[in-house]
Write a protein that binds this ligand. Structure first.
Ligand SMILES: C[S@@+](CC[C@H](N)C(=O)[O-])C[C@H]1O[C@@H](n2cnc3c(N)ncnc32)[C@H](O)[C@@H]1O
Length: 229
């Protein structure tokens, strides 16, 4: 697995989807979501330049989960639990978030943070390759959330799509990849990642069993809903 840092060093071709003033306006509206644990997790991301989804995307994830009454969520690439924090709030006491990450330090941090937030009992955190953990886990999911290294995106979509219940959601972060998906020329942070994201997005929009849309907030979040036939 590649340790990704926030891709700012090669941003000569970066296209920012949402104007920073609009982003700031939206962020100011959601100040009431502050929680001491969230602030700590966000401070750590800033300090280590660790790519968590941000507050706006977190709120969006929680809302998506609440809108479909999600109880079972699988996360590919959980980091230290920031995105899981939002899903865990949505699924309620009987819900379950299966987290996966290749780094055991992230698991330990997630336990510390999500315990402090009173959400750890909704989490099953597995360390290892997310795709392997997924195929070893039975059942259908209300939501499969993808945030692994971007070269894996097509593979994760192919694995996940068949395991989403009708009316359930596939959600993936970074699908605009700092605008590279729409740039004529770009420098990638890892060979082939932009091409993988482009292929991933195209497959989803071409899939007759799903309806899809990209929310351009932060780095682009795709939401694809399995049709109910
Ligand atoms: C972008 S971060 C996840 C951030 C997290 N979803 C959040 O918003 O709080 C990606 C994480 O996925 C992990 N990772 C990348 N590829 C992976 C894979 N194939 N299997 C398991 N973990 C992976 C990395 O170790 C890293 O912690």
């Amino acid at each position: 697995m590649t340790e990704i840092l926030t891709p700012t060093s090669d941003n000569s071709s970066e296209i920012i989807p949402v104007h920073p003033a609009i982003d700031g306006y939206m962020r100011a509206l959601v100040g009431s979501t502050d929680h001491p644990v969230l602030l700590e997790m966000e401070a750590l991301a800033e300090q280590k330049r660790f790519p968590i989804v941000n507050r706006l995307v977190g709120i969006f994830l929680e809302m998506q989960a609440r809108m479909i009454g999600a109880r079972q969520v699988f996360e590919f690439g959980s980091g230290y639990g920031y995105s899981a924090y939002w899903f865990a709030r949505a699924v309620g006491q009987d819900g379950r978030i299966i987290c996966s990450d290749g780094n055991s330090e992230n698991r330990d941090r997630a336990e510390q943070y999500l315990s402090s937030a009173g959400l750890w009992d909704r989490i099953e955190f597995n360390v290892g390759m997310a795709q392997d953990i997924f195929v070893q886990t039975d059942g259908l999911f209300d939501i499969c959330y993808n945030d692994v290294d971007k070269g894996w995106y097509p593979e994760v979509w192919k694995l996940a799509r068949d395991r989403i219940r009708p009316g359930g959601l596939y959600i993936a972060d970074n699908v605009l990849w700092h605008g590279r998906v729409a740039a004529e020329t770009y420098t990638d942070i890892a060979l082939g990642w932009t091409e993988a994201i482009v292929e991933h997005n195209q497959m989803i929009f071409n899939d007759p069993e799903f309806d899809a849309f990209i929310n351009p907030t932060r780095d682009g979040v795709i939401v694809a809903r399995r049709k109910v036939v």
